[in-house]
Unconditional design. Structure first.
Length: 317
């Protein structure tokens, strides 16, 4: 069996460990897709970030049985071609939980404690105590999505004594949430929110889901944070909500177009915080991803146990 990885800079310790544990497997660790595509025709298993795959590459990979995606986002995968071939797809859903939850709480704290204002004052050497500080403690956070990332965010929010409300397709109760409701109740829940944090994937149901009406339903002091997918809400809807004081601030880590163009109005808006799709970045990302891969490879080879994070090819997640 040949396993080809397109993941750049896989630590040597991981390469050695896998090669020693699975001695009957031929591992080929490549520095990106440009190098890996030369081995696709021979690959039984392919490890990738997903966005570097297309129909042509799947067609070349005649022996491919399993694609391990070292990402949670699947919206760029050529699922039609993958379905035709009956190829197994798994991902690393869940490994983003800790860094993204920390990102969310850090951003809510920065907005509440006026970090942008204080940094500007420091740069100007201006001693001023006029910035109006707020607390996140004892306030209400509404999370759009109740998966692993949202649950970890809710857990950390609970440490601040926040009320945690989740919205999901099913409305099924989940750990660390005080309340969970179906997404169909969103207009009833948004007026309660001091903070709205979106952690939704990109699907046909979520693309363009949030509209002007949703931001109108939020309190005017609310902070909106999106670290899920940029196509959840059109940029002009967010910009309008901020500039007409429907909400107080927007923190955006994901966008409809990435990289965000230099001329985009988000860059110059005081009440918008832009970060370059970095909420999930962590030095532990690749090791955690390969831990899931190793666990699944053991099941794949021996047929004993259950594979983690199998992707429903119809739904795309």
């Amino acid at each position: 069996m040949k396993i080809v990885s397109a993941i750049k800079r896989v630590p040597e310790s991981i390469r050695i460990h896998l090669s020693h544990r699975f001695q009957d497997v031929d591992f080929v660790f490549c520095h990106g897709m440009h190098e890996a595509q030369h081995y696709l025709a021979e690959a039984d298993v392919f490890i990738t970030y997903g966005e570097d795959l297309d129909e042509a590459k799947i067609q070349v990979a005649k022996k491919l049985k399993w694609i391990m995606v070292l990402s949670a986002g699947m919206d760029r995968m050529p699922f039609d071609e993958i379905k035709k071939r009956g190829i197994l797809v798994t991902n690393v859903r869940g490994i983003h939980a800790k860094p993204m939850a920390e990102y969310a709480i850090s951003m809510l704290l920065q907005v509440s404690r006026k970090a942008k204002t204080l940094i500007k004052q420091e740069q100007k050497r201006e001693w001023s105590r006029r910035a109006v500080m707020n607390e996140i403690s004892e306030r209400t956070i509404v999370l759009l999505g109740t998966g692993a990332i949202a649950q970890e965010t809710a857990r950390l929010a609970g440490a601040f004594g926040m009320t945690t409300i989740g919205l999901s397709k099913s409305g099924v109760p989940k750990d660390h949430f005080d309340q969970v409701y179906p997404i169909s109740d969103i207009h009833l829940i948004l007026p309660k929110a001091d903070f709205v944090v979106a952690v939704l994937p990109s699907t046909k149901e979520t693309r363009g889901m949030l509209t002007h009406a949703h931001f109108s339903a939020m309190p005017d002091h609310a902070v909106f944070l999106n670290m899920g997918r940029g196509d959840l809400v059109p940029a002009e809807v967010i910009m309008d909500a901020v500039t007409t004081d429907q909400i107080a601030h927007a923190v955006l880590d994901v966008f409809e177009e990435e990289p965000l163009p230099e001329a985009h109005p988000f860059w110059g808006e005081e009440n918008v915080t832009v970060t370059p799709h970095i909420s999930g970045i962590s030095p532990h990302y690749v090791p955690r991803g390969f831990e899931i891969f190793e666990e699944n490879l053991d099941v794949f080879l021996n047929g004993d146990g259950e594979l983690r994070n199998i992707i429903d090819l119809e739904r795309g997640y």
